[in-house]
Structures are given as C-alpha cells and as structure tokens.
Design a protein around this ligand. Structure first.
Ligand code: SF4
Length: 105
C-alpha cells in the first residue's frame, strides 16, 4: 500500500514539474506570428498553383506581409474583388510594429 502511495505521489510531482517546464517553455520559446499572413492566405484563392513564383499561397501571403511583393495582382487567379479586399486589409491593418503596408491591387 505504501508503494502505491509513493508511486502516486511521484506521478503527481512529475506531472507538476513537467507542466511547469511546459509553461516556462511556452512563455520564453514562443514564436511571434504575424496574424496578417494567415488572414491573407485565407483570402487568396488557395489553389497553391505556384503561378506567383512561390510554392503556395502562404508563400505569397508571407511575401506581401514582409514587403517583398507590393502588388496583390502577382496572384493571377485571384479575382479583382478579392485583390481589392486583400490590399485594403493590408493597407489598414497594422503589423506587430504598428505600421501598415502600402500594397497595390
Ligand atoms: S498564384 Fe495565387 S493561387 Fe497560385 S499559388 Fe500564388 S497565391 Fe496561390
């Protein structure tokens, strides 16, 4: 009976230590993600055709957010209304540094 209580206590202590370790790792090892990349990826056609020169739509979204590409029209399959929506979103939504982009349709 004592052995079982010791095993349960050890499991609780081990669980608490591992949980604490995960909590600390989450706080100090977190990768900052610019949520605009996800939003723009969702607005692109998601054909992942590579016609824009990137491996997929997420690549073009990242390039737009990074300022590497300044024209949404780089994505040829994207419809005009979507291009306008993406440009408006990027031109009005500030990034982590508090500034907006100047992207053309
Ligand atoms: S051209 Fe458009 S649809 Fe094709 S991968 Fe690039 S962003 Fe996606």
């Amino acid at each position: 009976m004592d052995g079982m209580l010791i095993a349960i206590a050890m499991m609780l202590v081990l669980g608490a230590l591992l949980g604490l370790g995960l909590g600390i790792a989450d706080k100090y090892l977190a990768v900052e993600v610019d949520e605009r990349v996800e939003a723009v990826t969702a607005m692109l056609p998601n054909y992942n055709c590579g016609g824009c020169g990137y491996a997929g739509c997420a690549g073009l979204a990242q390039a737009l957010v990074d300022g590497e590409v300044t024209t949404v029209g780089t994505c040829k399959p994207c419809k005009a209304d979507k291009k306008e929506r993406i440009a408006e979103y990027l031109n009005t939504t500030p990034g982590p540094d508090g500034t907006c982009l100047h992207v053309k349709v």
